[in-house]
Design a protein around this ligand. Structure first.
Ligand code: CA
Length: 443
């Protein structure tokens, strides 16, 4: 097949105090990640993301493959970074980009989130395999600014998507059929923000081995000032003569099977045909029975999160054609989720294992908890105290003055919604408050 050689280099650069980039070369997996966040959180985010991705791929080898494996590995890294970020204030808002190459046979799967990049150098030409999820890339695509302007744009560091910022992330995955001579480059923006594609192509053309090319690429970024951490991973695929099968593969034909049309005519042939049809029908029936068994098996192993009666719900089974059974309905309403997420949950999330689906459910409940409160009981309280209690929880307060002859002025006598109701942050609570002064008569 291929003789694979790779090299990676990660340099702190000339300005930064710490290196928040991480790189990975492990078997068929290669990756760069560019972390962000205060103090050393970025370093934690990029390191954690690559560790989770490596572990996920190792754990799921042979179970799932290709595009799905890459997507799920990156999604699980997203969840891990997001969870870590929520665990402590020192990690709050941390995140990381990730760009990886996972090779399966003669296919390279490129997974990507953020503004690190993957390139393919083939036949003397450099081709970008990823699209930056950055503000300037969006501006370039919309024709607002040019590539050259993007390179020096004041907002060039703003990225629109990264791992860890949201409970779920959409992952770009593309696949490339590998050809002998292909060289793949993964790099953080510490390289690509300073060294243009033409210079990268020049280095790759001049270097035979990944180690030399990686060193020269990092040198170019440092020569350009090295304002950021610089990380590169190079993977080279050369054709390997010794492993190419020497004989041509021959079309397989089972013994005893006859070429159609070459069969003898008459009763004997007819009976044989009939017998074969009976056997074929029996085999088909067995296959169908087998497929049903397999389907039942997968049905029982498949879970997904969706909505039932407006509540976030865990289902078992297949999400299509409403084939899922309610496994557990939470008492958390989908309306406490941010709009985009709510729509996705209502449209059913993708199937997962039970453990994954439970995790998804929990992260959705946490998200809903952040956006909702239980209305406290303020009946009988003085209005100023009731208002402070409600506003302290992020609720808005409206008061309606009413007269009640035998109740102290400013006492809250009605509230809507009622105590214990779960409402979104910012919801208005209406209070009926006893009017001060001596009323003439009741309202
Ligand atoms: Ca960077």
């Amino acid at each position: 097949m291929f003789e694979v050689t790779s090299a990676s280099q990660s340099d702190i650069g000339r300005v930064r105090q710490i290196n928040e980039d991480s790189v990975l070369e492990a078997g068929n997996l290669f990756a760069v990640a560019d972390g962000m966040g205060g103090h050393q959180a970025g370093e934690v985010a990029s390191g954690l993301a690559l560790a989770v991705i490596g572990q996920y791929i190792e754990d799921n080898l042979g179970l799932i493959g290709g595009e799905k494996l890459v997507e799920k590995a990156i999604s699980s890294a997203n969840a891990a970074v997001h969870q870590k970020a929520a665990s402590s204030s020192k990690y709050r808002d941390m995140g990381t980009t990730v760009t990886l190459l996972y090779r399966e046979g003669d296919t390279a799967y490129i997974g990507h989130v953020g503004d690190s990049r993957a390139y393919l150098y083939r036949g003397g030409a450099l081709r970008a395999l990823t699209r930056d999820h950055s503000l300037v890339a969006a501006l370039v695509e919309e024709g607002e600014i040019t590539e050259e302007e993007a390179r020096v744009h004041p907002q060039r560091n703003i990225i629109l998507k990264a791992l860890g910022l949201e409970p779920q992330v959409e992952v770009d995955v593309v696949s490339v059929k590998i050809e002998p001579g292909d060289v793949f480059l993964l790099a953080t923006d510490g390289l690509t923000g300073l060294v243009d594609d033409a210079s990268i192509g020049e280095v790759l053309a001049s270097a035979d081995e990944p180690v030399a090319a990686a060193g020269r690429l990092v040198d170019r970024a440092l020569e350009a000032g090295g304002p950021d951490n610089v990380s590169v991973v190079l993977v080279s695929f050369k054709g390997s003569e010794t492993l190419v099968p020497s004989r041509e593969a021959r079309a397989y034909r089972p013994a005893g099977d006859e070429v159609p049309g070459a069969e003898g005519s008459g009763g004997k042939g007819g009976r044989r045909r009939t017998t074969r049809w009976i056997i074929a029908a029996a085999v088909a029936a067995l296959l169908v029975a087998g497929a049903v068994g397999v389907a039942v098996y997968f049905y029982n192993q498949t879970y997904y999160v969706g909505a039932r009666d407006g509540m976030i719900t865990l289902f078992r089974g297949f999400p299509f054609w409403d084939l899922g059974m309610v496994e557990r309905r939470t008492d958390t309403s989908v309306r406490f989720l941010p709009d985009a997420l709510r729509r996705r949950v209502e449209g059913k999330l993708e199937p997962q294992s039970r453990a994954e689906a439970e995790e998804t459910l929990e992260s959705l409940e946490r998200e809903a908890a952040r956006n909702s409160v239980y209305v406290p009981d303020v009946l009988g309280k003085k209005f100023s105290q009731a208002r402070a209690d409600l506003e302290g929880l992020g609720l808005r307060v409206e008061s309606v003055l009413v007269s009640r002859p035998n109740i102290a002025a400013e006492t809250v006598i009605e509230q809507s919604p009622l105590p214990g109701a779960r409402v979104g942050v910012g919801t208005q609570v209406t209070l009926e408050v006893v009017m001060p002064g001596a009323p003439a008569k009741e309202v």
